[in-house]
Design a protein around this ligand. Structure first.
Ligand code: HEC
Ligand code: HEC
Ligand code: HEC
Ligand code: HEC
Ligand code: HEC
Ligand code: HEC
Length: 310
């Protein structure tokens, strides 16, 4: 840390020398750097929180070397994609040196060299590319929805009314939370957007970052108090959803669509059974909120899927 501080010190001195002599640095004041590089925890508290988060520790950034994965899995490729106004499925090159979802992926770090650089990389509404005409518009949460959206919708049944489960990675892909909030992406029942999807001003950011700028990106309990009473029983609600999840999981294993480790079994199945498997993956493995993102849609999908297998 000391070496790094010294390094920054040397750089800061260079900036002082350059001020007034270079067009690049002409407008940058040393005091601007010190708005961030100072003795507060403005940077380090975020680094600490991130060192406990999946964004900061996960290994899937390595997938960013492939063009079809880069836009969401490499922070550097994401910044380029956002600047070019592209969607993840339009990225043409992989990132040879992929980075995690770090400060530079989400913020404009070292663009103006002022605190304006905390601005988010993008907050434009996100057209979900797996569907026709579905847009997520959750304010600052749009940043997250660029990556946290499904890659696939379920295929239509073939002439015999069957749907093929083509691989053990079959499903919408991890991170379909924006679609879940909007009530799309499932297979066994139609849905509507939840009030969490339409009524929470900054969407994901309201609930997962919150007023104190938490950077673990886990749901922040205090953020619920804006609308729910202190004794509101989220756990009780999630337990009820978990019971439906367990019931559906057992039925899928009994029918041979899901193996004991929770992976889909490759094969061709009647559409209603494949749809039940799809919804299990969508809800349990990929959305991960146990119903909170869209209470009514999650319950409807689980109940319809269970009915289809009984
Ligand atoms: C808006 C806040 C902000 C301002 C203003 C700012 N920085 Fe930074 N700086 C950061 C952040 C955030 C990081 C990355 C920290 C991390 O990766 O964990 C960083 C990293 C650095 C590093 C470490 C190497 C690197 O690039 O990651 C140096 C050196 C540095 N800044 C120098 C400067 C200088 C010189 C200025 C002024 C000309 C400046 N910074 C202005 C926020 C800022
Ligand atoms: C550049 C793409 C990208 C952006 C932007 C992004 N994420 Fe992520 N997120 C990911 C990836 C990739 C992972 C999985 C990391 C891994 O496992 O290696 C992840 C993981 C997570 C996890 C952990 C999930 C788990 O299974 O434990 C949460 C929670 C999360 N993100 C929330 C958010 C929120 C909230 C935002 C917006 C503030 C956001 N993400 C913005 C790509 C992104
Ligand atoms: C639209 C953005 C997007 C694209 C494109 C994408 N992913 Fe992901 N991926 C995510 C997000 C977001 C997560 C984390 C979701 C969560 O944990 O809730 C994730 C998670 C994963 C995980 C699980 C991470 C773990 O360690 O458990 C794997 C594996 C993965 N992706 C592989 C890939 C591969 C391979 C590709 C390219 C063929 C790809 N992804 C393309 C957004 C994307
Ligand atoms: C996954 C995206 C993401 C990553 C990674 C991320 N941030 Fe943030 N950060 C956010 C969001 C979203 C907010 C809330 C912005 C708002 O409310 O305007 C935020 C807010 C902040 C703020 C408060 C900004 C303000 O205007 O008051 C600071 C400071 C900050 N982040 C620093 C960092 C640093 C330092 C890192 C790296 C160690 C980092 N962030 C990594 C998404 C991210
Ligand atoms: C109304 C508040 C709310 C909104 C809005 C919201 N979430 Fe969540 N999210 C939650 C809660 C609560 C959980 C469940 C946490 C738990 O069970 O521990 C959760 C779970 C998750 C998980 C799974 C975490 C894990 O550990 O596996 C991810 C990833 C996630 N949300 C990302 C997002 C993204 C991305 C958005 C926006 C597209 C979003 N959320 C919008 C409240 C919210
Ligand atoms: C901006 C307001 C708002 C915020 C913030 C918010 N919620 Fe909600 N929540 C609602 C509304 C509105 C409903 C729908 C109530 C109804 O069904 O009539 C709801 C419903 C729910 C339900 C379903 C209850 C049921 O029995 O169907 C759960 C669980 C829930 N919220 C949990 C959370 C959690 C956890 C957080 C914080 C991470 C949160 N909410 C943040 C407004 C909010």
């Amino acid at each position: 840390m000391q070496a790094r501080t010294r390094f920054i010190g040397v750089l800061l001195s260079l900036v002082v020398l350059l001020v007034g002599t270079s067009s690049v640095f002409a407008q940058v004041q040393l005091t601007d750097c010190m708005e961030c590089h100072n003795d507060t925890t403005v940077i380090t508290d975020k680094q600490t929180a991130m060192s406990e988060s999946m964004h900061g520790t996960g290994e899937s950034y390595g997938r960013g070397t492939r063009n079809s994965c880069a836009g969401c899995h490499s922070g550097g490729a994401f910044s380029k994609m956002a600047a070019a106004g592209l969607r993840p499925d339009q990225v043409e090159e992989g990132d040879p040196n992929p980075t995690r979802q770090d400060c530079r992926a989400c913020h404009q770090i070292h663009t103006s060299y002022t605190t304006a650089d905390w601005a988010l990389e993008t907050v434009d509404p996100v057209t979900l590319y797996a569907f026709e005409g579905v847009t997520y518009d959750g304010g600052k949460g749009n940043l997250c929805a660029n990556c946290h959206q499904p890659r696939r919708a379920i295929a239509a049944p073939d002439a015999d009314g069957n749907i093929a489960v083509t691989s053990t990675h079959w499903g919408p892909h991890h991170g379909p939370q924006s679609a879940m909030l909007l009530g799309v992406g499932g297979a066994s029942a139609a849905g509507d957007a939840s009030l969490h999807g339409t009524f929470v001003a900054d969407g994901c950011v309201t609930c997962h970052v919150g007023e104190n700028d938490s950077h673990t990106f886990e749901a922040v309990d205090a953020s619920c108090l804006e609308c729910h009473a202190e004794d509101f029983d989220t756990e009780g609600f999630q337990d009820e959803i978990q019971e439906l999840i367990d019931q559906l999981g057992e039925l899928l294993v009994a029918k041979g669509l899901l193996d004991e480790e929770g992976h889909p079994v490759v094969g061709t199945y009647p559409a209603a059974e494949a749809s039940a498997l799809w919804d299990y993956i969508f809800i349990v493995i990929e959305d991960g909120s146990r119903g909170v993102h869209n209470p009514a849609y999650t319950r409807d999908l689980l109940e319809a899927a269970i009915a289809a297998l009984q």
